[in-house]
Ligand binder design. Sequence first.
Ligand code: NAP
Length: 231
Amino acid sequence: MTLDAGELERLYAYPPSDRPWVRTNFVSTLDGAATGTDGKSGTLGGPTDTRVFALLRSLADVIVVGAGTARDEGYADFEVDTDLRARLGLSPVPTMVLVSRRLGIPPALVAPGTVVVTTADAAPEAVATLRETVEVIAVGHGEIDWTAVLDTFSERGWHRVLCEGGPSLHGELVRLDLVDELCLTIAPVLACGDAPRIAHGHDAVHHTMTLGHAIEADGGLLTRWVRTRHP
Ligand SMILES: NC(=O)c1ccc[n+]([C@@H]2O[C@H](COP(=O)([O-])OP(=O)(O)OC[C@H]3O[C@@H](n4cnc5c(N)ncnc54)[C@H](OP(=O)(O)O)[C@@H]3O)[C@@H](O)[C@H]2O)c1
């Protein structure tokens, strides 16, 4: 099925929310691999997944990514649909938020406008050096205090949160039941091997999700799942 830009925008519109809505975006093979044979995810998605990946960035106030993914996937400058953002009343570009404990941030991303999220007990020298260029939000001892992070986002009006992973960061957010929505592209591929899944961590949970949509594209499926929350 070929989807036009308006249809995709409608399918992936953020729901109205008076708090940060955490959307995550992943691609996976049929057997659950989150990376292809090159150890990256980009080779799994087809052209429509690439379009959705870009659209989700254009719809977000903030893009949250683990430092591991930023390093592995070579994150650098990115472009968004500025016309779309202006039409939706969004800032010209989303804020890139990098999550790291050891503060090994790729140099290309240490640039004004970037925000780094880490723990309050992160290495003070590394924090001070980063703060010469970027904002550092340091909350939580041992572990990042995600409630405090989301409170900070909320104070700034950053309600459209997009987390691009990777699996370690996703696992933490899933464990804490902070993921409101998962956009998952299922690639028509069997991968075997020992690739990571899209979320992992020490503690298993059982969080039910409700299907938002499932659309055939490029021989695979574009799916959107919303966390089932009962008032
Ligand atoms: N299939 C997909 O859609 C998809 C999406 C994204 C990534 N991936 C793949 O996943 C692989 C990377 O996996 P990963 O699990 O290593 O990714 P990740 O979660 O992005 O990276 C882990 C690193 O990020 C930081 N981090 C993550 N969660 C943290 C937390 N709660 N607190 C503090 N720091 C945190 C730490 O960085 P420091 O080491 O700096 O402390 C940690 O070592 C790559 O191969 C990538 O291609 C696939």
